[in-house]
Design a protein around this ligand. Structure first.
Ligand code: SF4
Length: 243
């Protein structure tokens, strides 16, 4: 049996890690991280590693299903579209188009197509209400980076002497960063991990397992020591910070 290896990327989150997808007779049989990809350099997080299960999961929703008598019944696409169109029209007639809000997961690169269709649908229906995770998730981080640094930076732990991972578990959420951290640790990077969980990286540094919900107390305590013991660069703080 011939196996085809397709170079592509994982679209389960915004990082778009490079993958080698192994296909046999039209079926995906295995995925592995693409070693030559500059971002993930061969690593994949648990979600990426489970891509085959994701594609062929028996629980995957592939057809319209209608709730009926406490259970779910498969219906045709025409039937589903008729039901949805009728009910959306009823909402519009009774309350006006603005009564409808459309929620779309991410609007980032991994979900561009769906987000574009959702916006087109919003325009066709006539409502301005469009929501996405961007208002409370990754976009906030991008905005904070832009306001603080003037741009969106990618971390370069190889250039740092000490890194603090605060409530962050890159092994599970951001393998490309985890790989860079392990390489930097091998070269002498100091690592402090503030996390109730003993994450894989916590084993390689100073682990501070604070109780959940006490982050603010710890941060204020650290600030108190930094200020009272005069451990900060006054000129830098004066020039670049406010408040
Ligand atoms: S971090 Fe995980 S889910 Fe995200 S693109 Fe990479 S492998 Fe996929």
């Amino acid at each position: 049996m011939s196996t085809k290896v397709i170079k592509t990327d994982c679209i389960l989150c915004v990082w778009g890690c490079g993958i080698n997808a192994y296909v046999e007779e039209g079926k995906l049989v295995k995925v592995e991280g693409m070693a030559e990809h500059p971002l993930n350099q061969g690593s994949l997080c648990p979600r990426g590693k489970a891509l085959v299960d994701y594609v062929y999961s028996p629980d995957r929703l592939k057809y319209p299903m209608k709730r009926e008598n406490g259970g779910w019944k498969r219906i045709s696409w025409d039937e589903a579209l008729d039901i949805i169109a009728t009910e959306l029209q009823q909402v519009k007639d009774k309350y006006g188009a603005r009564a409808l809000a459309i929620f779309c997961g991410s609007i980032g690169v991994e979900n561009n197509e769906l987000a574009a269709f959702a916006r087109r649908f919003r325009g066709a229906y006539g409502t301005p209400n469009f929501l996405s995770v961007e208002s409370n998730c990754y976009r906030s981080r991008i905005l904070a980076h832009q306001l603080t640094f003037g741009t969106f930076l990618l971390e370069e732990p190889e250039k740092a002497r000490c890194v603090i991972l605060w409530g962050h578990d890159p092994d599970n959420s951001r393998p490309p960063l985890a790989s860079k951290l392990y390489q930097a640790l091998d070269k002498g990077l100091k690592l402090i991990v503030i996390n109730p969980k003993r994450t894989p990286l916590a084993k390689r540094g100073l682990h501070i397992p604070i109780r959940p919900g006490t982050d603010c107390a710890l941060a204020l305590g650290m600030l108190n020591v930094i200020i009272s013991q005069d451990l900060y660069d006054k000129e830098f703080v004066e020039k670049y910070t406010i408040g």
